[in-house]
Design a protein around this ligand. Sequence first.
Ligand SMILES: Cc1cc2nc3c(=O)[nH]c(=O)nc-3n(C[C@H](O)[C@H](O)[C@H](O)COP(=O)(O)OP(=O)(O)OC[C@H]3O[C@@H](n4cnc5c(N)ncnc54)[C@H](O)[C@@H]3O)c2cc1C
Length: 441
Amino acid sequence: MTAGEAPVALVVFTRDLRVLDNPALVAAARGGRVVCAFVRDAAIVRGRPFDARRDAFLTECLSDLDAALGRLGTRLVVRAGEWVDEVVHLAAEAGARAVHLSDDVTPYARRRFARLEAAAGTRLEIRRHPGLSVVPPGAVLPAGGDHYHVFTPYHRRWLAAPRRPVLAAPRLRDGGGDLPGLPVPPGPRPAGIDHGGERAARARLDAWLRDALPDYARRRDALERPGGARLSAALHFGCLSPLAVVEAAARRPGADGFVRQLCWRDFYLQVLSARPDAAWDDYVARPGAPRRDPGVLAAWREGRTGVPIVDAAMRQLTAEGLVPNRARMVVASYLTKTLGQDWRCGARHFLDHLLDADLAVNNLNWQWTAGHGTGSHPKRVLSPTRQARRFDPGGDYVRRHVPELAALDASVIHEPWRLGAAALARLGYPLAQDGLMAVQP
Ligand SMILES: Cc1cc2nc3c(=O)[nH]c(=O)nc-3n(C[C@H](O)[C@H](O)[C@H](O)COP(=O)(O)OP(=O)(O)OC[C@H]3O[C@@H](n4cnc5c(N)ncnc54)[C@H](O)[C@@H]3O)c2cc1C
């Protein structure tokens, strides 16, 4: 920096890939010139490679962010490698004295922040900002506790909690000059996935609020053409600010049920923030050891249990990477309660395949369904056939994902075992007895 030049601040984007309502970006812009960066973390890729769909979605988010930053006066510098080293190097290259980031609650993100803070020492100021949730984890607390473990009282307090204003995209003064970075080409897109990035997510949100929100309560649980906003991946990658989504929905007819779902997201984030161990350990231990039967788990994963609604959802998961909430509940209850398998096996499989895979939301939903969350009913089991008749009454969802059963009509499609073993063998579909898994796949 030469005398008289404004100081440079580095913004490191993580899963806050947006320019609207991004407190880290706004804070950095206030200080002078900015360098905006994203570092593809080698440790994450090494640990468990992103599946192709998620990788394509992320790449599209980065390319969209680069374009948005371009309109505001700068660009996105993309690097790849050991995340902490890259951030510290970039700060040095840019002559930055401060690094601005969005705060996060996952155990890995917290370890990474701690390592960054240690590496930064006193030379570099590390500043974390809100933006991950509507109400920051820890901002509303029960008397004498460090988090809420029951949703209803949390929801009540959350609705009344003060909120920061939604922030406009700031004007940016580029401080990066010609710092080198990797290109972010939109890349090949696997068939059928949603577009990544803030622009696509905002367009979807606006259209959905206008056309579908009033019908949300009635359509949300439908399995075929569910009435949700289909914005969970955009929220996970931060293409949308959850606060901005809540503010955009507020006071419209039908908004309460939708906003309540975003409160569930915040609820799980505040649980994980206070109890990082709950990512993989039982939040509430229950008696009895869960089982891990390889054959049972394989049949469930591959969608050949012989229970049509379960098989439809599991095949949709691997084929499309998104599954309606009701179907997630049914397959999770089936795996853990009906088949008695360890919830961790199901959660892991979901994380490997979901486009919206989110450690807090996924693993704590799994725990709640399995009966390990305090707010849940440990004995409640969802009957797959009853759920199927209620939420896929015509059988279209099963017909689409389980082609072996496509010719069956609604009276029998959810209980094909009633046709008998010989008929099922001709269809090439496993025989399950009374909604229990087939012994012989
Ligand atoms: C076993 C299981 C695993 C799940 N794993 C994930 C996951 O990895 N990532 C993920 O984003 N969601 C997960 N969910 C929650 C939910 O299924 C998805 O968020 C929802 O299907 C996304 O569709 P939508 O955007 O149309 O939701 P909408 O109904 O439009 O809801 C709006 C938003 O609220 C949030 N939300 C909705 N339902 C829930 C919920 N039950 N808990 C917390 N937040 C919620 C999501 O961010 C969602 O985008 C899981 C649910 C279950 C039962």
